[in-house]
Design a protein. Structure first.
Length: 423
């Protein structure tokens, strides 16, 4: 038929069959108008009155009574019966729906309250209690500013909610994550950059100050014990895009390209880079130092790093207690000189000693007695912390022995690009 408002009785549109002309519907709020309608019967047996315009389109807006919408894959929610979300346990699915035709569930809280919640409210992690604050106030928080150590509970809650949204297991606790943070020495597991949590009480508002981000080592697994690590938030963004292998490959290419542009390093830069590499052998969790002894022909005759005496059992040494640890440790400079005397007949005359930090006064005395006249160190913040008296004593020793001490700033272009990744 050619008339724009007529549809043949018996016409099939999706799951609907046109039965008869409807009474019309008022459409519009500002300028209400009566629009023509048709009564249609769905294959499920339901009869509905639908606007003619929704039936006459090339791709009709209405092709069922609504049952097709509810049974579609997109809105066919998983059966949540028996599942636990925080302190809520899903009892059963209710016959009614939400305003957006989502499923409603009856849930029982640990406090005994019964609540009705939509699927999304549960699976998103937004609702984990019945909402009665008097029954659940501060249940997941400690009594010290709502933190696990320095880890804000709101930060942990946000991580957990995001995990639930992605249907990932979350089995780690705040105490475990804080212990892991301390075990990593407050540093990024990938880049060794210092990590912090916002110190503000309103941690959610000032979350941008937090640099620590929780990363899964194996992305095919959830947030479980042994599969998480703390990394810098910027590093985590790049890891999410590329993964460890590809990310490290890109970083290596960038470093190699930067090296090729600035040319060859000087001998001092070259041997200091080797000293930093030597320092990575140290098992000291707090500070790693390395030393390299070089003769006048620029040949290495000895290397050393700070570590316990030979034959000691590292597990029995209190590495995190400085005063106790020092009883067992030998400094990098001492080990370097010992190795040089064992492996070479050369003495220290005309030799240069490259060290990743400022030698202590005891090591300085041994260096001078060995005959070394030139010491080159990497000048970096926090390499040594001593009092004024100790510094004055060092200056006197250097002046009387006529030993030169050269400091190369850590922001030197080669040291900056190489050593910072080792420190």
């Amino acid at each position: 038929m050619k008339h724009s408002n007529n549809i043949l009785i018996g016409t099939k549109i999706g799951l609907l069959t046109v039965v008869k002309k409807g009474n019309g519907k008022v459409v519009g709020k500002k300028n209400p108008k009566i629009r023509s309608t048709y009564v249609c019967r769905c294959e499920c047996g339901e009869e509905v009155e639908i606007l003619t315009s929704n039936l006459r389109r090339k791709n009709p807006n209405s092709t069922s009574c609504g049952c097709k919408f509810l049974e579609s894959t997109k809105y066919n929610f998983k059966d949540l019966t028996g599942q636990v979300f925080g302190q809520l346990k899903v009892i059963k699915r209710l016959p009614e729906y939400t305003k957006t035709r989502g499923a409603l569930w009856e849930c029982e809280c640990k406090c005994g309250n019964i609540v009705k919640l939509a699927s999304n409210a549960l699976t998103s992690g937004n609702n984990t209690t019945c909402g009665n604050k008097s029954n659940h106030e501060n249940t997941i928080l400690d009594n010290k500013n709502f933190r696990f150590g320095e880890l804000p509970a709101t930060h942990l809650s946000s991580i957990k909610q995001n995990a639930i949204k992605r249907n990932l297991p979350f089995e780690v606790t705040g105490d475990y994550l804080w212990e892991l943070f301390l075990k990593q020495n407050r540093k990024c597991a990938v880049s060794n950059i210092d990590l912090i949590f916002t110190p503000h009480r309103n941690s959610h508002k000032f979350r941008y100050l937090t640099t620590a981000s929780l990363d899964r080592i194996d992305s095919s697994k959830g947030y479980i014990v042994g599969n998480v690590r703390w990394v810098h938030k910027d590093i985590n963004k790049m890891l999410n895009n590329y993964g460890d292998t590809k990310f490290i490959d890109y970083c290596t290419r960038c470093i190699n390209t930067s090296y090729s542009k600035i040319g060859r390093p000087s001998w001092d830069e070259y041997f200091l880079m080797i000293a930093f590499t030597v320092s990575t052998r140290s098992e000291d969790p707090n500070i790693k130092h390395g030393a390299v002894l070089v003769n006048c022909q620029n040949q290495i005759i000895g290397t050393g790093y700070n570590g316990p005496i030979k034959g000691s059992i590292n597990e029995l040494i209190p590495m995190n207690i400085r005063d106790e640890k020092r009883k067992w440790m030998i400094h990098a400079e001492e080990n370097c000189i010992l190795n040089a005397t064992q492996n070479s007949s050369e003495r220290g005359q005309d030799c240069k000693l490259y060290v990743t930090g400022l030698p202590c006064n005891n090591c300085l005395q041994r260096i001078i007695n060995f005959g070394i006249k030139n010491i080159i160190i990497a000048d970096r913040a926090g390499s040594i912390t001593e009092n004024k008296e100790s510094n004055e004593m060092r200056n006197k020793i250097l002046s009387m022995s006529k030993v030169s001490l050269t400091k190369i700033p850590i922001d030197n272009i080669y040291l900056q690009r190489y050593c910072l990744g080792v420190i």
